[in-house]
Ligand binder design. Structure first.
Ligand code: FAD
Length: 276
């Protein structure tokens, strides 16, 4: 139990009110002593300053911060400049991603896939950064085949990643199988499950459709049946996600990474139920 680690993910707020709300969320989650807090990065650099500001503020509060960095639409020069800013800010942990180009926005840029970004970060900065990459137990929605996706994951790790965080999932068996398959290909890095608390039915279905995560039919049906009854959605969501976390922890996962969506309530409630 001791060496398991827990981390929280935020997105950079766009308004002064959002920044205040995030400070409040952090104040509530900091006592849970996360190993680190990560902050997402809008593909094409759309949140570059917001991500930087947020991670620097988190570091100043004494918590390790890990900015996400997505490379689609970027040049080597612009990524080099961002890495330099992080180094100057004392940031040593990064989540390296391809990202998805917002529709209608510019060119693909000089990086096509996350493995190229990982390779670039290592070539430019050696061992300065602890590099995380994304993993997809239910496979990436654009993957040509499960096998192709696994091979691409392995390529990304071999390019220099230290560990991985998964896309969220509600099918624990998909995660266990993914880890077994990756281990069979000789990759030993920790693969930390990404946990998405359930608080909003329509938002969850929309996100899941986009990112290729399956919401099991029985879960979707129950959530749908609650209609606008937010309390019942939250209570049922808490049961489902706590049971998932219990199963993962019992199986010896290296840690859990919570997608907080900048709110403390659901993550804290799961945490308390898990008696962490
Ligand atoms: C933990 C986590 C955090 C995230 N944070 C952010 C964020 O902050 N900002 C953001 O914009 N998005 C974020 N995303 C979403 C992510 O950017 C998208 O899922 C994106 O579509 C893929 O990114 P990736 O890094 O996994 O890509 P890749 O690993 O590059 O994979 C993308 C696709 O290309 C294929 N592929 C990979 N390498 C190759 C290759 N060399 N040749 C051929 N095919 C290849 C893969 O099979 C896959 O289908 C996050 C996702 C996760 C799981």
């Amino acid at each position: 139990m001791q060496d398991r680690y827990f981390s929280f993910e935020f997105f950079p707020p766009k308004t002064a009110e959002g920044t205040e709300k995030l400070r409040n969320t952090r104040a509530q989650l900091a006592p849970l002593k996360p190993k680190y807090i990560s902050v997402t990065f809008g593909a094409g650099g759309t949140t570059q300053q917001g991500t930087l500001d947020a991670v620097l503020e988190i570091q100043r509060e004494g918590i390790e911060a890990a900015p996400h960095l997505s490379c689609v639409g970027s040049s080597r020069e612009s990524i080099r400049a961002i890495l330099q800013q992080y180094r100057e800010g004392g940031i040593r942990h990064i989540v390296a991603l391809r990202g998805d180009m917002p529709s209608g926005m510019g060119e693909i840029g000089e990086f096509r896939y996350a493995n190229e970004l990982v390779e670039f970060i290592r070539a430019e900065t050696g061992d300065w950064f602890n590099i995380e990459v994304a993993a997809y137990p239910e496979y990436h929605p654009q993957a040509k085949s499960p096998r192709h996706d696994l091979d691409n994951f392995v390529r990304k790790v071999r390019a220099g990643a230290d560990s991985a965080i998964t896309q969220y999932f509600y099918n624990a068996d998909a995660y266990f199988r993914f880890v077994d398959d990756v281990r069979a290909l000789g990759v030993e890095v920790p693969i930390v499950p990404g946990i998405m608390p359930i608080t909003n039915y329509s938002q969850l279905m929309r996100f899941s459709e986009m990112c290729g995560a399956e919401v099991p039919r029985w879960v979707a049906k129950r959530l749908e049946s609650f209609g606008d009854d937010r309390e019942s959605i939250r209570a049922f969501g808490l049961d489902v996600v706590t049971a998932l976390c219990e199963r993962l922890l019992a199986a010896g996962v290296p840690g859990l990474h919570f997608y907080t969506l900048n709110a403390a309530g659901a993550t804290k409630a799961i945490w308390q139920r898990l008696k962490l």
